[in-house]
Design a protein around this ligand. Structure first.
Ligand code: OMP
Length: 272
């Protein structure tokens, strides 16, 4: 099944636009798990189990696994296996490099790890994106306007073709004729999201930055939905993962994901 098929299935089945971000920070794991031989994986298994009927996707962030060395790589593989079949998995590694290096990134994600989609930094251009398009069942989510305050330093620069993030959105539309892609837009920029959706009418948009980063849920749903009332994935990591640091962490994570699902569904005016 392609990323797009999995995404439409889970959005419908779980009535959800919630993407659960898997950013396991060893310092934040519940105390009672810290003595285990694989505390990160034990933690993520419970998080996944508690949110499997609420999420529309999972997004493991490679930095949090890579930082733990071999144990982290094993935890990443284990977490990917623990995610139910048919649920889309987006590997967040914001890859972006020359062609033969990009080929290795794409191979790592799609063949070694077996994920369904990846995040990619498009600033190196067409030939750096191309290797991801070799995987026609995948989806390369291209950074367009990121959630962090520093995104303005580069992505809001004026060019002779318009503001840089708008140029990137136009490029993504052009590239999507060749290979499957989407955009990453910070939930902290609801007004710019409206502009981006007007350019990229049909591309899926990954929206991180709700919760700890303060993104506005109502506005991003209203401005991000496509004409079919879909096409968005709203990521939350810390607010779900670390909703409690006690033995009830999985239950608290479930509640936090459910609260987000309900807020998002109210904003789209849909059924819960
Ligand atoms: O590509 C991303 O996922 C991403 C893009 C962006 O603009 N902002 C952003 O926060 N992210 C990622 O989304 C997650 C946000 O985490 P929380 O702020 O804890 O919900 C982290 O994994 C970030 O690396």
């Amino acid at each position: 099944m392609s990323f797009f098929e999995k995404y439409s299935d889970t959005v419908q089945r779980n009535n959800s636009f919630v993407c659960v971000g898997l950013d396991p920070d060893p310092a934040k794991l519940p105390e009672h798990l810290k003595g285990k031989s694989d505390p990160t994986l034990a933690f993520l298994r419970e998080i996944i189990d508690a949110t499997r009927d609420i999420a529309c996707a999972y997004k493991p962030n490679f930095a949090f696994f890579g930082a733990q060395g071999i144990a982290g790589w094993e935890a990443l593989q284990g977490a990917i296996q623990a995610i139910p079949n048919g649920m889309p998995i987006i590997l967040d590694f914001k890859a972006g490099d020359i062609g033969n290096t990009a080929e290795q990134y794409a191979y790592m994600a799609y063949c070694q790890l077996g994920v369904d989609a990846v995040t990619v930094n498009p600033l190196m251009g067409t030939d750096a994106i191309g290797p991801f398009f070799a995987y026609q069942n995948g989806c390369a989510f291209l950074l367009c306007l990121t959630s962090n305050p520093g995104s303005a330093d580069i992505l809001r620069l004026n060019t002779d073709q318009g503001v840089l993030y708008e140029v990137l959105a136009h490029k993504a539309v052009e590239w999507s004729q060749t290979g499957p892609c989407g955009l990453v837009v910070g939930a902290t920029h609801p007004n710019d999201l409206k502009t981006i959706r007007a350019i990229a009418t049909d591309l899926p948009i990954l929206l991180p930055g709700v919760g700890v980063q303060g993104g506005q849920t109502n506005a991003i749903v209203q401005n991000g939905l496509n004409k079919k009332g879909s096409g968005i994935l709203i990521n939350s990591s810390r607010s779900i993962l670390y909703a409690s640091s006690g033995t009830d962490f999985a239950e608290a994570a479930r509640q936090s994901a459910e609260d987000l699902r309900q807020v998002l569904n109210s904003a789209r005016g849909g059924k819960r």
